[in-house]
Write a protein that binds this ligand. Sequence first.
Ligand code: SF4
Length: 497
Amino acid sequence: MCGVFGAFAPDEDVARLTYFGLHALQHRGQESAGIAVGDGKTVMAVKNLGLVAQVFKESDLQSLPGKVAIGHTRYSTTGSSRSWDNAQPHLSSIGWQQIALAHNGNLVNLATLRSKLTDHHVALRSSSDSEAIAALIGEHTEATSHIREGIRATMETIRGAYAVVLITEEALYAFRDPLGIRPLCIGTLPDGKGWVVASETTALDIVGADYLRDVTPGEVIKVSEDGVETLVAVTEDGEAGEVNEGGEDGRDGQGGEDRESGESRRCHRRRALCIFEYVYFARPDSEMAGLSMYEARTRMGERLAAEAPAEADVVIGVPDSGTPGAVGFAKASGIPFGEGLAKNRYVGRTFIQPSQSLRQRGIRLKLNPMRHAIEGKRVIVVDDSIVRGNTTRALIAMLREFGAGEVHMRITSPPVAWPCYFGIDIDTRAQLIGANRTIDEICAHVGADSLAYLSIDGMVDATGMSREDFCLACFDGNYPLDVSENLVAEEGLESRG
Ligand code: SF4
């Protein structure tokens, strides 16, 4: 759960472009933020713990002149969240050349990679996998004298989910794991002023860029004075595939998604895009494969209404990610939609911890019911997922306290029953209520009058794509990659309590 952004625009204030791009990706990580720029001679960075608006002052942006930049917002799933060393972009040198790298995702063979690097006497300062990726690129680049070869060889070594942006003093590189687990797209700035790369299309929108295409799973692109080029394409088996050099407009890389038609162009490899991006994680105004996340979530709600109807007076959503599902549920069921919960948008985005007495108020720090909308009514509550069950339980108790007559919980995804090893903060199996209880038991635990989940088919159908396009592992346990190294680590964690 991180956001990455990159810009190549020699005549623009690239640090400022990146700053605003990061604002559009703030939801992907609130623990740290950073920007690195290359000015043709050197690479500089400003990064710190905190939100984008807290980390950067006007003077920071003015101290980062350049023609190429990358930025990062971080939510830690690997490495300590409060360590400055784990903030990105990560700066390092390859011989005389400086690079900065930022990464979204999680490697599943990190322990093996770290021990290999240690054997090669490479000192790692942080515990994040981004530093390991940068170190491997450094090693392989020194061996071959080509950064393209360094990235290719690294992609053949690392396993897991990664969407990476990297700059040298002169150029921007972006690459994505061969299964495309984490999203990454390219856009063009107005008047041919340059290119941007971002985790989500919403970050293109905020800087006025037009969506060009997705970075295809396994593809390495370079953006420089020569335009956008596909350097290499690595397949799922870790082999470098055929390279289809891109034209200057960057459209003719290795294929990818066409935002308008949603058609896949010349890309026949297996993919495993994280379906949780559709369910919850990506912003509602972001698009993937030609469909907005809002639309996909609305369709999930419509399908859920058909799969699990209930008699009720009002449908409310748990803001923000449950709201589109509630709109869809209301539309398909004919039951009126109502705003039943007000969200305090700022309290969860602070580093000031609440006191114990405030913490006991739990969910009320973030959500407050609107009595007029629920009092004496039979309420259908739509949320995107249930992970541990504690929040849902507190939410239902609060709705009853505010006078709800009946509470019917409807979830726009199937039960989460398996942990995620690819960069979304989903717990160990022992902590997942969907792994350990039946739906009736969960219903009783959370105190609902009824509880129903969307089927896997219903969730996938709502995206307009097919099962083969997605990672569904947290729902069905079928991981698209071998995660045994992580299972061993998790068992150790659980046995230590
Ligand atoms: S396991 Fe779940 S959250 Fe993780 S990448 Fe797969 S679908 Fe996404």
